[in-house]
Design a protein around this ligand. Structure first.
Ligand code: PDD
Length: 283
């Protein structure tokens, strides 16, 4: 029986219900994280929960949980559901209150929900790459907050699906920002380029790991903006996320990248990522 965490309790899936007045449901007034487990261990969980608390703080939600307490919740969730390799989704909303745009007065307790699911690593994508399309980035200007408001991302991803692609690479004017659910990198002449960490992108945890690998392997990691044209003329292109890890992009808007092959820097990053799975996972 699948168990779901809701506000301090592990409930059977069919009993896991939330209120119609939950502000996450009504306003998208909340934040989330998606965390991976490999062989029963949590990968970069501290980094995820530090970002979770930062997102909460940026929208003025006081969660009332520490990184350690949150880690304990997802640890128990994995155990109860007997998950070895999978993903954990956790979200917090401002809570339940009659519909009114401004924050509830008196204050209400945030509502927290988490569930875990088994998930196999996308080996086929790692080896063969994916297709991507480019799309205008229409999202708000606080993409650094991992908020529940994902309409821009949802529409971008659906556009990708419509054109038989796996990811939509977003751009503001001609500047590439990030994917619908990933960070984006162009590799040119042995150097990596990716959008700097600011309000236009999510500061990806996988991006962080890729930066560590690049440093270990002495591959220059340039946190600079670049154009769609630069991306399309790159030697290699990758996207990264907790679920996609280091995924090569072999086609963008129908144009082949690197003869449709996975390039040498991408392979190095994939190998390095594998080592971090070992060293950055905890029980
Ligand atoms: N998304 N940018 C966006 C817009 C994302 O949604 C994600 C991840 C990333 C990569 O972040 P990270 O490496 O920390 O997973 C970048 C997750 C996987 C999701 O929405 O399910």
């Amino acid at each position: 029986m699948t168990k779901v965490f809701i506000n301090g309790e592990f409930l059977n899936q069919e009993d896991a219900k939330v209120s119609y007045e939950d502000r996450g449901y009504v306003f998208g007034d909340g934040i989330y994280e998606y965390i991976r487990a490999y062989n029963g261990k949590l990968f970069t969980v501290t980094e995820h929960f530090e970002r979770f608390l930062r997102s909460a703080s940026e929208i003025q939600i006081d969660l009332g949980y520490t990184v350690e307490e949150l880690t304990d919740i997802v640890r128990q969730l994995l155990k109860i559901n007997d998950i070895q390799n999978g993903g954990i989704y956790i979200q917090a909303t401002r809570g339940v209150a009659p519909r009114n745009h401004s924050f509830p007065t008196p204050e209400v307790k945030p509502a927290i929900m988490a569930f875990a699911k088994s998930y196999d690593r996308p080996y086929d994508d790692f080896e063969n790459g994916i297709n991507a399309v480019t799309v205008e980035d229409i999202r708000w200007l606080r993409c650094d907050i991992k908020s529940l408001n994902l309409l821009g991302n949802v529409l971008a991803k659906e556009y990708a699906v419509k054109y038989n692609a796996t990811e939509a690479i977003q751009h503001r004017d001609e500047t590439v920002t990030e994917g619908a659910s990933s960070n984006v990198y162009a590799i040119k002449d042995g150097e990596i380029y990716t959008h700097p960490v600011n309000n236009y992108i999510l500061n990806g945890i996988t991006r962080k790991v890729i930066k560590w690998v690049a440093e270990d392997d002495n591959i220059p990691f340039n946190e600079e903006t670049f154009t769609v044209d630069f991306l399309k003329n790159a030697d290699e292109v990758i996207v990264s996320s907790t679920s996609a890890e280091v995924t090569p992009v072999v086609k963008i808007d129908g144009e082949i990248v690197n003869d449709g092959k996975v390039g040498p820097i991408t392979k190095k990053l994939q190998e390095g990522f594998e080592k971090y799975i070992e060293s950055k996972s905890i029980n």
